[in-house]
Design a protein around this ligand. Structure first.
Ligand code: ZN
Ligand code: ZN
Length: 384
């Protein structure tokens, strides 16, 4: 088995990441199956982890050494169950059901898997998701184990490229719904990488903003932003001016007097959060979708203007007007097909070129790319 495996520590690029041959993980218990990845995506959170930029916060809720990769479309292993040969998408959160925690925590009982309170406990090692847990393996490999409750069957007419976009799209769908957009709102999106573009598509599909404005720098990002439903695509340094124009605000210094009803930060840096606070209206909402680490941001305007700052992580169950409770992954499957989000997969790499793949993902926007994936479909080790 080949795998990109992370050891603790790091700091230097690729420092903790190495390619190793090792036996696949054992099945942790009843209800677990083996899956063989076909495509596995590289997420911004993977890049932060490899760079050693992820927060110490994660230490108690991950377990080393782990194989990264939580955006996965895979084949169910033939020897493990009746659904031989079925393609599946992994829902990577390792909640109470996968951990055999009885009774499940309040969040899992509600179906809010992303809010599970037991990701460091139960029958398997700590790990908030597959791809951060030493017992499960991860998507950047030829084989891992998954609990049956984590698997969603891929429709026969859906490509692998579309299926690998389901997990990041589920994050974006949940984020768009966390924005609680009211009809007529002006919504601004900061960041036009994978998460920014997917959040834009989700906002367009699931909410009714009067104006949906995004800052996007690179030509491919700008084209995709238009195709996915942005009303205004501004250069990043012009985004605040576009919001000012759309809302009839004045500028007092670098701060808008009014601003967007909702600003969605799909980057998670000092700069992006500071920018979001400059362009949100008083009593507006900033939703943090891009994974931040430690940020150093002036919060006086948040205090003075009574702005709400909220996070958006993962997925679970959403309540949709007219439909009731729906799994976020089901909404993501629908959106990937309706908005043809497979087009965001712009490069595929074999696992032994993991350094090139990670470097490409880190510079995706500049190099005209969006989502970079590992292609494991022709790895010899899949056919032992
Ligand atoms: Zn991710
Ligand atoms: Zn739970």
């Amino acid at each position: 088995m080949v795998a990109g495996r992370l050891q603790p520590g790091g700091g230097a690029r690729f420092g903790p990441l190495s390619l190793v041959d090792e036996p696949p993980p054992d099945l942790p218990g009843d209800g677990w199956v083996r899956i063989r990845p076909r495509l596995a995506g590289i997420c911004g959170s993977d890049l932060s982890t490899i760079d050693g930029a992820a927060a110490r916060y994660f230490e108690p809720i991950v377990s080393f050494p782990f194989v990264p990769g939580h955006e996965v479309v895979a084949d169910l292993d033939g020897s493990d169950g009746p659904a031989t040969g079925a393609r599946v998408v992994l829902e990577p959160v390792l909640g109470c059901v996968a951990r055999a925690v009885q009774p499940p925590c309040a969040a899992c009982a509600r179906g809010d898997l992303g809010g599970c309170e037991r990701v460091a406990f139960g029958a398997i090692a700590p790990g908030l998701q597959t791809g951060f847990c030493c017992d499960t393996g991860g998507g950047w490999s030829t084989e891992l184990v998954a609990h049956g409750s984590q698997l969603h069957t891929v429709p026969a007419d859906m490509s692998d490229e579309a299926a690998v976009m389901v997990e990041p799209t589920a994050c974006a769908v949940h984020a768009a719904l966390r924005c609680e957009v009211e009809p007529g709102d002006v919504v601004a999106v900061v960041g036009a990488g994978t998460l920014g573009l997917l959040t834009l598509a989700s906002l367009r599909q699931l909410t009714e903003p009067a104006r949906l404005i995004i800052g996007a720098k690179h030509p491919a990002q700008r084209r995709l932003a238009t195709e996915l439903g942005a009303d205004v695509v501004a250069q990043p340094h012009e985004l605040i001016r576009a919001v000012r124009r759309a809302t009839g605000s004045l500028a007092a210094g670098s701060q808008l007097t009014g601003g967007a009803d909702v600003v969605v930060d799909c980057v998670g840096s000092n700069e992006s959060l500071a920018e979001a606070l400059r362009m949100v209206r008083p009593r507006g909402r900033v939703v943090l979708v891009g994974m931040p680490a430690t940020v150093d941001v002036e919060l006086t305007s948040l205090w003075h203007r009574e702005v709400d700052l909220r996070g958006a992580y993962a997925y679970g169950t959403e309540v949709i007007a007219g439909r009731g409770a729906v799994r976020t992954f089901d909404l993501a499957f629908e959106l990937v097909q309706a908005a043809r989000l497979d087009r965001l997969v712009t490069a595929r790499y074999p696992i032994d070129r993991f350094e090139d793949a990670v470097a490409h993902a880190a510079q995706a926007g500049r190099r005209g790319a969006v989502k970079i994936v590992f292609d494991l479909r022709s790895e010899k080790d899949r056919y032992r």
